[in-house]
Design a protein around this ligand. Structure first.
Ligand code: S3P
Length: 437
């Protein structure tokens, strides 16, 4: 059986026309923002991963009317400031985006709520958002002054502020922006421009009063709540962070040919494409178009040569923050030493991804070192690596990354309990079956 597996795996090519599932970041945001827009909105291609479904449930508990009809979600929202006080705890499961974004919106409503999550979420730092949200007048309590459960007594008359965000994080920024929806006066935000800007783009698409400027390093946002959020018809683009598993696999497996359709091509999300290209991957970008202030594109990959190692600078990490685990698999098959610098934020994701990537690479026979927050990977073209028992702490992206490694290696890694994948990519295993021939 093992022998059979071995031959099948390393002989497979990745081929076909692939439509990635709906983008997770955008799915959270469109549910939240249409939930704050009066009138009927329609969402198609919403990601039906557990993280997003938890945000959907919470928005319903806060008073939004959301129904599924003919594959689309129909939302009737409440105007900002009109959220209902929930009668039960709001459970965000595994989702940092869900809990942090909703903490923002709740903080500027005159309601009380308790926000909870699973074991992983209950160990993730929340002060990065709550320290900002306390300034508007919200009273917020955290376990050990740091972690969920989070109880919030929000305010109906939030005070407008100027914020300077020192950690590059779209979740922190978006929490503040969502609190601004029910804040009278001018809210100003300064942040690193490498974080994803979907909240900004969606607010523009919904007719909100928002100005965004960027210089070399920073982004400056000004918001005023003197215009309503307009209801919208929104088709969620394909998730580049989910597509990254298939894109990387296609760049590694000799003879692969893959077309990727309808993928979000926002510049804050495609750092990994640049990295793979720098490593020598042949990725062609076609049909670039702009819809609802987001760029979409189709891609074509034609694998012809092995990848080269690369150096990733710390400033570029936010542009591919969720793709480092799969890029580490790419680096492990590139001939020579790759260095990913400044991975501090990876230590506070769904798991300590820096540590788990390092441990698992080591266990599958790839030399790897962690120096401070830098990850050094000594790759080679050898397909004989593998045979590790993968430690994943139920982190979806660790599971998917090392599952992709399995489809390339001759020796299988053992991955027990892959159920966490459904938080972001419920059809992942079905898709690997479909595109690996
Ligand atoms: C996300 C932002 C990122 C990312 C997460 C989704 C978002 O987190 O890692 O998967 O949708 O805003 P940070 O902004 O906290 O780095």
């Amino acid at each position: 059986d093992l022998k059979l597996n071995m031959t099948i795996n390393c002989k497979k090519r990745i081929k076909g026309t692939y439509f990635p599932p709906g983008d997770k970041s955008i799915s959270h945001r469109i549910l939240i923002l249409t939930g704050q827009a009066v009138g009927e909105s329609q969402i198609s291609n919403l990601l039906e991963g557990e993280d997003v479904l938890n945000t959907l449930k919470v928005m319903k508990m806060l008073g939004a009317n959301i129904k599924k009809k003919d594959g689309k979600y129909i939302v009737f929202g409440l105007p900002p400031g009109a959220l209902f006080e929930p009668t039960k705890s709001l459970d965000f499961g595994n989702s940092g985006t869900g809990i942090r974004l909703l903490s923002g919106i709740i903080s500027s409503n005159n309601i009380k709520a308790k926000l909870i999550g699973d074991k992983s979420l209950s160990a993730r730092p929340m002060r990065r958002v709550t320290d900002h949200l306390k300034k508007i007048g919200a009273i917020i309590k955290l376990r050990k002054d740091s972690f969920p459960p989070m109880s919030i007594q929000g305010v109906g008359d939030a005070v407008p502020f100027k914020y300077d965000i020192l950690i590059p994080s779209a979740q922190i920024k978006s929490a503040i922006m969502l609190s601004a929806l029910n804040t009278k006066g001018l809210v100003e935000i300064k942040e690193y421009k490498s974080t994803r800007d979907h909240t900004e783009n969606m607010l523009k698409a919904m007719g909100y009063n928002i100005r965004v400027k960027e210089d070399l390093t920073h982004r400056y946002i000004k918001m005023k709540n003197d215009k309503d959020l307009k209801n919208i018809k929104y088709n969620v683009p394909g998730d580049p962070s989910s597509a990254a598993f298939f894109i990387t696999a296609a760049c590694l497996k000799p003879g692969s040919k893959l077309v990727i359709k309808n993928m979000l091509y926002n510049k804050t999300r495609i750092g990994f494409i640049k990295t793979l290209k720098k490593m020598g991957a042949e990725i062609q970008v076609i049909n670039k178009r702009k819809v609802n202030f987001e760029i979409l594109a189709d891609l074509k990959i034609d694998q012809k040569k092995f990848l080269k190692p690369t150096i990733l600078e710390a400033n570029d990490v936010p542009l591919q923050v969720d793709e480092i685990p799969i890029l580490s698999i790419a680096a492990s098959f590139a001939g020579g030493k790759s260095v990913f610098k400044g991975l501090k934020e990876l230590t506070v994701k769904e798991s300590n991804r820096l540590e788990l990537v390092h441990q698992n690479l080591k266990n599958m026979g790839v030399k790897s070192e962690v120096k401070g927050f830098d990850l050094h990977i000594y790759g080679n073209y050898e397909l004989k690596k593998g045979g590790a028992k993968i430690i994943h702490h139920h982190d979806h992206r660790i599971v998917m990354s090392f599952y992709i490694a399995n489809l390339i290696c001759i020796k299988n890694n053992v991955i027990k309990d892959k159920s966490s994948v459904k938080t972001s990519y419920p059809s992942f295993f079905k898709d690997t079956g479909k595109y690996f021939h």
